[in-house]
Design a protein around this ligand. Structure first.
Ligand code: NAD
Length: 493
């Protein structure tokens, strides 16, 4: 049953079906029905019907549901990790230690944050009136999520939205719907009223597009590629919906000449290979001072060659497959084209043997590419790291910013002033110093430039999922108020 509408699992109304496959071996994990416009209508109607009561519940009542949800997610952590690993091709270690605990922590965080919404002080900004601020839910949110972190992305969309009193229709990627459907069931078990969280599983064209254009949807929140993000903006324009966009990235990883080289090398391997490089904040462009360039390349190449590719169920496996063979072939094609203008130092190969059953790709290190070339500029979304040399700090910052994206970046230095300069001048939604990747529920995640706008996690996300209303009370009680004279002079009584 691949749809979750109004508190119940059911199949889509149409006949379209698809198979969810394990990218590590091609085995079928589940057969799903694919939702179309009629299913979206039903889900939006359920969300609309649930909105008055849910938005009218007290923050404490909403918080209690999310607290129970955090407990249920934690109790089911191992099952969720197994499913996430199979549907997305994640090494089980990553699913156990990053994906699932991250979502448990997010749910616990938003259970607390739900009770912190507040407005500005109530005051007399005009002597004749008292003004106050109400912070209200936006309404029905239509959300669309990608396949790279299915459960975490569902959590990032759902938790702040419902904590703030909205109701939601979420479309996960059709490649990875299983943990999102389970999240919805657990939310019902936790006491979330029917219709508050609905999940429609289908393709972008047949299910995502009608959700974006639905007249009863007040806001759309989207995580995915910048290309599709542009179509989201266009669709939202048809009825001037509020938009929240978390899009692609091509994060710079800047290593200054005073950096701890060993830390930078180890950090680059972890930050470029996390989730097999299918992470919007992954380090993709190592911008390294020329004096350290060769040692950095040698260090990363050694570790890349030692990374263990293997079955995702094996806790010893470091690197899993990418999401599909089609995606693997796109990654391989970019690397193959780069051989004409750059050097593939290590990787650039499709592993054989047992791994040939899955969509594996070897960790790949590229040097000598022109900063304007495809391998440097395009989001590859795979285990591919490009290294570019620089000579001056100005050049490093210019290279870091020479991208249409602005999601994440890191600076590696032991010089306080260089670190501060990098955090100030690199245009990205997050800049780490001497680390790259850690995320926390309390801090906002979101981009600049073509990486989108709006924040996930943190209390900042409430600003996206709430509207601010000015309430003004007259204090005089008189019919002919003094300000009326600016418009008309009433006849004397
Ligand atoms: P995608 O843009 O191809 O798809 C994302 C979602 O949009 C999927 O559910 C898909 O079915 C849907 N979709 C596709 N076409 C659509 C359309 N025309 N109308 C409505 N919905 C449509 O992205 P992906 O390949 O699933 O995920 C990878 C991308 O996501 C990368 O670009 C990555 O950087 C980005 N991402 C960003 C963040 C972030 O926080 N900024 C987080 C994770 C992933």
């Amino acid at each position: 049953m691949s749809q979750y509408i109004d508190g119940k699992r059911r199949e889509a109304l149409g006949t379209a079906r698809d198979l969810v496959r394990d990218p590590s071996n091609g085995e079928v994990v589940a057969e799903i029905s694919l939702a179309g416009a009629e299913d979206v209508d039903a889900a939006v109607a359920a969300a609309r019907a649930a909105f008055p009561a849910w938005s009218g519940a007290t923050p404490g009542e909403r918080s209690a549901v999310l607290q129970r949800l955090a407990g249920l997610l934690e109790a089911e952590a191992e099952d969720l990790a197994q499913t996430e690993s199979r549907q997305a091709g994640k090494p089980i270690r990553l699913a156990r230690e990053f994906d699932v605990p991250g979502t448990v922590d997010n749910a616990a965080f938003f259970a607390g944050a739900a009770r912190t919404l507040e407005g500005q002080a109530t005051a007399e900004y005009s002597p004749d009136h008292t003004s106050s601020i109400r912070r209200e839910a936006v309404g029905v949110v239509g959300s669309i999520a990608p396949w790279n972190y299915p459960l975490q992305m569902a959590g990032w969309k759902v938790l702040p939205a419902v904590a703030a009193g909205n109701t939601i229709v979420l479309k996960p990627s059709e490649l990875t719907p299983l943990t999102t459907l389970r999240l919805a069931e657990l939310a019902t078990q936790a006491g979330m009223p029917d219709g508050v969280l609905n999940v429609v599983t289908g393709t972008g064209a047949d299910c995502g597009a009608p959700l974006l254009r639905h007249p009863q949807v007040d806001m759309v929140s989207f995580t995915g590629s910048t290309k599709v993000g542009r179509t989201v903006l266009e669709a939202a324009a048809t009825s001037a919906k509020r938009v929240h966009l978390e899009l692609g990235g091509k994060a710079p990883f800047v290593v200054f000449d005073d950096a701890d080289l060993d830390a930078a090398v180890q950090g680059a391997v972890a930050a470029s290979l996390i989730n097999t490089g299918q992470d919007c904040t992954a380090a993709t462009r190592a911008i390294v001072h020329r004096s350290l360039h060769d040692a950095f390349v040698a260090g990363v190449a050694d570790l890349f060659a030692a990374v263990r590719l293997g079955p995702t169920a094996d806790p010893a496996t470091d690197l899993g497959p990418v999401i599909s063979t089609a995606h693997r072939d796109r990654i391989a094609a970019v690397v193959e084209r780069s051989r004409a203008y750059a050097k593939v130092v290590v990787g650039g190969t499709v592993p054989g043997g047992e791994l040939a059953r899955g969509s594996y790709y070897a960790p790949t290190l590229v040097t000598g590419a022109d900063p304007q070339s495809e391998v440097v500029r395009d989001e590859i979304f795979g285990p591919v790291l490009v290294v570019l040399p620089f000579d001056t700090d100005d050049e490093a910052i210019t290279l870091a910013n020479d991208t249409p994206y602005g999601l994440a970046a890191s600076a590696w230095t032991r010089d306080l002033y260089r670190g501060l300069r990098a955090t100030r001048e690199i245009r990205a939604g997050c800049v780490w110093v001497n680390d790259h990747i850690p995320i926390i529920s309390e801090m906002p995640h979101g981009g600049m430039k073509e990486s989108g706008f709006g924040k996930d996690m943190s209390t900042y996300s409430f600003e996206d999922y709430t509207v601010v209303k000015h309430v003004m009370f007259d204090l005089t009680g008189v019919a002919a108020k003094p300000w009326h004279r600016t418009v008309f002079t009433p006849p004397e009584h």
